[in-house]
Ligand binder design. Structure first.
Ligand SMILES: [Zn+2]
Length: 284
């Protein structure tokens, strides 16, 4: 099944939304990692949220969500590009203790922050940070929208470790003539959505069940997929940026340079000769 995101608009009022459902993307993200299910659930929610937030922005570039805390889960990070390539990663405390089966974001990450970073292809990077002081990721992101964007926004996120789903509703600036009650009505209806429905029911069907009394417009659904942006070329650029002296130190110590992508687990190996030629080339 292709993972998709589905945008929708209320024809009679200033509210828009988006639904995302991920299965293959989540499986590909977790494939080479040994995450406990409770961590996969949070990672799935974070991936869904990254897709939904990217969808609400007119951004050509990359959006990332980074949660850091002092709990057993140290880092949870997800990225989404405007072409809906996503990748995500979790960093766990090193311990043999099992993770409790059903922990909330707050329980696993402890005290920490959630950073939302926008990196446009052209233009300046923007970062907003909110404390992880709500029990759920959806709650923390709603706080972000309240404080930073001042756009009324509600999010519903679910993940059962295999399927992830998300719904966002956002109020658009109102010209004063449209249906002012629509926001209250639509968010109230979305609150009746059951967790399994968000994961398993087709987006068009969800929208019909929730909003069949409203006029809703649906553009074509768009695909979402796991894709890591790492490459040998980028890794070479990274090596050049640390400088020849440091690169040669590593070669002297380890015989070669091995750089490992944490997202997709690809290993880039550079022999001493390859390291030398990298710096020869970069001088021109
Ligand atoms: Zn990679």
């Amino acid at each position: 099944m292709t993972d998709t995101r589905q945008r929708f608009y209320f024809t009679d009022g200033p509210v828009r939304g988006e639904i995302v459902q991920l299965e293959t993307t989540l499986a590909d993200t977790c494939r080479r990692h040994d995450y406990p299910d409770t961590v996969k659930r949070l990672l799935g929610e974070l991936l869904a949220a990254a897709v939904l937030l990217t969808a609400t922005l007119k951004l050509e570039g990359r959006l990332s969500l980074l949660a850091r805390g002092n709990g057993r889960l140290r880092v949870l990070m997800a990225e989404c590009t405007h072409t809906h390539d996503v990748r995500a990663i979790a960093q766990l405390e090193e311990s043999d203790l099992p993770f409790p089966a059903d922990s909330s974001l707050r329980e696993l990450l402890g005290n920490g922050t959630l950073a939302i970073t926008l990196e446009p292809e052209h233009g300046e990077r923007y970062q907003g940070i909110v404390p992880l002081d709500r029990e759920t990721l959806a709650g923390c992101l709603e706080t972000y929208f309240e404080r930073s964007e001042q756009i009324p926004t509600r999010l519903w996120l679910q993940c059962d470790a295999a399927l992830a789903g998300g719904l966002i509703l956002q109020a658009l600036p109102d010209d004063g003539e449209s249906d002012s009650d629509l926001w209250t009505r639509s968010t109230g209806l979305a609150d009746t959505l059951r967790p399994r429905e968000l994961l398993e029911t087709a987006p068009q069907e969800i929208l019909y069940r929730l909003f069949h009394e409203e006029a809703v417009t649906l553009p074509d659904a768009l695909p979402v997929r796991f894709a890591c942006s790492c490459s040998r070329e980028r890794t070479e650029e990274g090596l050049v940026s640390i400088g020849q002296a440091e690169a040669e130190d590593i070669v002297a110590e380890q015989g070669e340079i091995r750089l490992h992508c944490q997202f997709c687990q690809t290993e880039y190996v550079f022999t001493p000769e390859q390291v030398r030629s990298l710096f020869r080339v970069s001088l021109h």
